[in-house]
Design a protein around this ligand. Structure first.
Ligand code: ASP
Length: 339
């Protein structure tokens, strides 16, 4: 019989309305189980690890990611797959981070949660949880069907580092416009076999030294030299720059000079687009040619969540900014499509 480890970190799935404050507050995992008697009917053994501190995912951070990765490592040989119950707000960051932290993964790590608490009459939590478990235990020829870090939400399975939360009020909370969904659940659970990654070769290698020395520079017409220079001179090693269209920026000399100075001082600048669909193409327009020449890294079609966590991961692994740039532009875990 398959064995699944459910790791409960928190989120709306495990919340209840507090009768006095009327706000949503976390409940413990036993109370969750009481709401889903169907769990008993699943043909698998379920182990549960509940975090001591159950959190709203807005309080998620790299220390908790390291704890999650360590738990997965400690149980890796004992179970067939993992389901992580997590708030949807930062789920795409956590799934992206874990995808980089777990090298050579060959078992499913499925994040899920819900928009309504599991105790609510119209909850989406039960379907999300039950199907996430089904996916985590799904095998073909004795091999996991989805040996990846994924997000399962509202009948769809996404590659974790390709998804982002796009809707805070619909059950359809996630999208992944730059990469096809990996599975869809309806009457049947259909896997898109050609889009699922091959399992990692060799043994699982856990990287848990993420460095959060990262700043974000989001451009807009009229951004001032003071704002740009204060972000670029922050005490960080990496900057994720959110640009226009296919990776374009203003060509004003002050802007170009500030970027050049930041790179010369050893900072790594990663260019991702504010567009949710499409890719960065440095050098396609005059407004990005100079970026390419000065050594700005192309983030291609990466999500913001993947870009930030990949930067944290690489800064923890490498010292040389040129090496960080080289790896940022490489597809490491299926997070980008090179042009
Ligand atoms: N605020 C909640 C969280 O991210 C929302 C959710 O669970 O969907 O923890």
């Amino acid at each position: 019989m398959s064995q699944i480890l459910i790791i409960y970190t928190g989120g709306t799935i495990g919340m209840m309305s507090d009768p006095i404050s009327k706000t949503l507050v976390p409940i413990n995992f036993e109370q969750i189980m009481d709401n889903v008697p169907e769990l008993e009917k699943l043909n698998c053994k379920i182990k549960v690890h509940s975090f001591e501190q159950i959190i709203d995912s807005s309080n998620m951070n790299p220390q908790v990611w390291a704890e999650l990765a360590a738990l997965i490592e400690a149980n890796y040989e004992k179970v067939d797959g993992f389901v992580i119950l997590h708030g949807s707000d930062t789920m795409a960051f956590s799934a992206s981070a874990l995808s980089f932290m777990l090298q050579n993964l060959n078992k499913p790590v499925i994040f899920t949660g819900s928009q309504l608490p599991i105790s609510a009459v119209r909850t989406d939590a039960k379907e999300n949880l039950m199907t996430a478990i089904e996916i985590a235990k799904a095998k073909k020829n004795d091999r996991a069907r989805v040996p990846e870090v994924c997000i399962y939400f509202d009948y769809k399975l996404f590659r974790g580092n390709r998804a982002f939360k796009y809707n805070s009020s619909k059950f359809e909370a996630f999208r992944s416009p730059n990469y096809p969904i990996l599975a869809e659940s309806g009457v049947h659970l259909r896997f898109s076999v050609n889009d699922i990654r091959e399992p990692g070769e060799g043994t699982l290698k856990v990287h848990n030294t993420l460095v959060s020395d990262v700043a974000v520079l989001k451009l807009y017409p009229g951004i001032s030299p003071t704002v740009v220079s204060s972000i670029l001179s922050a005490d960080v090693r990496g900057i994720v720059m959110e640009t226009f269209g296919a990776g374009n920026t203003t060509t004003d000399q002050w802007f170009v000079d500030l970027l050049k100075a930041a790179i010369d001082s050893g900072k790594v600048i990663l260019d991702i687009s504010q567009c949710k669909v499409g890719t960065v193409e440095l050098g396609r327009y005059e407004t990005s040619k100079e970026l390419k020449d000065m050594g700005v890294a192309s983030g291609y079609d990466m999500t913001f969540e993947a870009a930030v966590t990949k930067m944290m991961y690489l800064l923890g692994e490498l010292n040389d900014p040129k090496e960080v740039k080289r790896y940022l532009e490489m597809d490491l875990r299926g997070e980008l499509t090179e042009a």
